[in-house]
Design a binder for this molecule. Structure first.
Ligand SMILES: Cc1cc2nc3c(=O)[nH]c(=O)nc-3n(C[C@H](O)[C@H](O)[C@H](O)COP(=O)(O)OP(=O)(O)OC[C@H]3O[C@@H](n4cnc5c(N)ncnc54)[C@H](O)[C@@H]3O)c2cc1C
Length: 409
């Protein structure tokens, strides 16, 4: 493994000592903290648990391993992070509420932030002290997110943001958000957007949780009621927000499809255990399903490896992020079908307090969301069609027209 001058712990530079440092840490911290596999990430107890776990990880120099030490990272290499992730697959890390902060917002800060923004925000993001959310979707702009209406108008040294977002995961426990807003309505829809960093403790930011079928409230409506932010909270260049949004969505797709999130991690071993416990492992149909899933999980690893290798080579994720995401969402549905086949009715109706049954039911109910979050399966197929297969772009009768001249609801 390559050494890195910025390494904070010279003893964990080489692979063997790094591996044992990670295993020691996980053994010490995950058994106690990671016990609760069931439950939802929006549960305040889970958020607290996540923050204290991340604090320990940060103190051990094992958080955000490949990010610069100057900004609170581990100062190691992407290879170290890969090794960490590989080892960590055998543990339940209670860090679900940091999924967006670290999967999407952190790489954006690192790539597009000014030195001042990196100094102000990265360390607290890495240590889990502050949690971030991302705000793209609106009631009138989901798949066609470039048509969004939230406005940011300049007033002296400040930006004033007004509008509504929806489906904002984790906004109810987030401290900060990355918001895409329209800064120039006279430009075509993709050209007049910018991205901003907004403080969620500002009283003009109103967060209203949405109740989901799974019983939790993982996402929210967010209203910006003339929220004033300083001009140094613009992320990237003015009116270049679409490029940033595309980068961020690709980080998200890679995270969902290849990053091993709770609904897309390798879960066949847990299902095999479940089938054994319920005495269903000799059922020929269940055996077929389990073998099929296991093979597909191996394929997902290869896709993930390819995506991570190109990121390690310094490339911004391209359409391979869409391939990873689409594959991850198909896998989540196959897993759902297999787990429901094994657990039967207790996967849909369970006794209060039966944490095990609740875990499978929540996994089942949440699986469909994977094919919508970060761009739907259809949108990923459109991207693959255009950018990988060279098929013609979708027709757009308003191509090149200014956003404010296009009719909308
Ligand atoms: C679990 C989860 C978490 C989320 N978290 C966030 C978040 O943190 N922040 C955020 O901003 N958003 C978030 N979202 C919102 C998500 O990005 C949107 O739901 C998604 O982009 C789809 O938009 P929509 O719901 O408005 O559906 P629509 O865009 O209205 O799509 C409706 C249907 O039409 C299809 N469709 C639309 N356009 C096309 C096309 N051109 N070709 C073919 N089919 C098409 C879609 O595939 C879909 O089936 C989250 C969603 C989920 C499920």
């Amino acid at each position: 493994m390559q050494e890195n001058d910025q390494t904070p712990h010279s003893s964990i530079q080489d692979e063997e000592s790094f591996r044992s440092a990670v295993v020691d840490f996980l053994e010490e911290n995950c058994k106690q903290i990671g016990k609760s596999e069931s439950g939802l990430d929006d549960d305040p107890e889970r958020v607290k648990e996540c923050k204290s776990f991340q604090k320990e990880l940060f103190k051990a120099g094992l958080a955000a391993l490949s990010y610069s030490k100057e900004y609170g990272g581990g100062g190691l290499t992407k290879k170290h992070q890969e090794l960490f992730d590989e080892i960590a697959r055998d543990w339940r890390l209670p860090n679900g509420p940091l999924y967006i902060s670290h999967g999407m917002c952190l790489p954006m800060l690192d790539q597009y932030g000014t030195d001042e923004q990196k100094n102000t925000f990265m360390k607290d993001c890495i240590s889990g002290e502050k949690i971030w959310c991302q705000l793209f979707s609106e009631p009138g702009a989901g798949s066609d997110v470039a048509s969004l209406s939230t406005r940011a108008s300049r007033d002296g040294d400040e930006w004033v943001i007004s509008g509504q977002k929806v489906w904002t995961s984790g906004a109810h426990y987030a401290d900060l958000g990355m918001v895409v807003a329209r800064t120039d309505p006279s430009l075509p829809k993709h050209k007049g957007l910018s991205m901003f960093i907004v403080d969620f403790t500002d009283p003009t930011v109103e967060v209203k949780p949405l109740k989901q079928i799974s019983g939790g409230s993982g996402f929210n409506e967010v209203f910006f009621n003339e929220t004033r932010i300083s001009s140094n909270r613009l992320l990237g260049d003015l009116n270049q927000g679409w490029n940033l949004a595309v980068s961020m969505l690709m980080f998200e797709r890679v995270s969902i499809g290849a990053g091993g999130g709770s609904l897309t991690a390798d879960r066949t071993p847990a299902l095999i255990e479940l089938a054994k416990t319920l005495d269903k492992n000799s059922d020929p149909c269940i055996r077929q399903m389990l073998s099929d899933l296991w093979i597909r999980e191996k394929i997902r690893r290869f896709i993930g490896q390819r995506v991570r290798d190109s990121a390690a080579a310094g490339l911004v994720p391209g359409p391979e992020g869409s391939i990873a995401k689409l594959n991850g969402s198909l896998l989540a549905r196959l897993f759902r079908n297999a787990s429901m086949e094994i657990v039967g009715t207790s996967g849909q109706a369970w006794k209060i307090g039966d944490d095990d049954a609740e875990k499978w039911a929540i996994g089942c109910l949440a699986a469909s969301g994977v094919s919508i979050a970060g761009g739907t399966d259809e949108v990923q197929r459109n991207i693959i069609g255009e950018r990988v297969l060279g098929l013609p772009k979708e027709p757009d009768p308003f191509k090149g027209a200014s956003w404010d001249s296009v009719p909308r609801n």
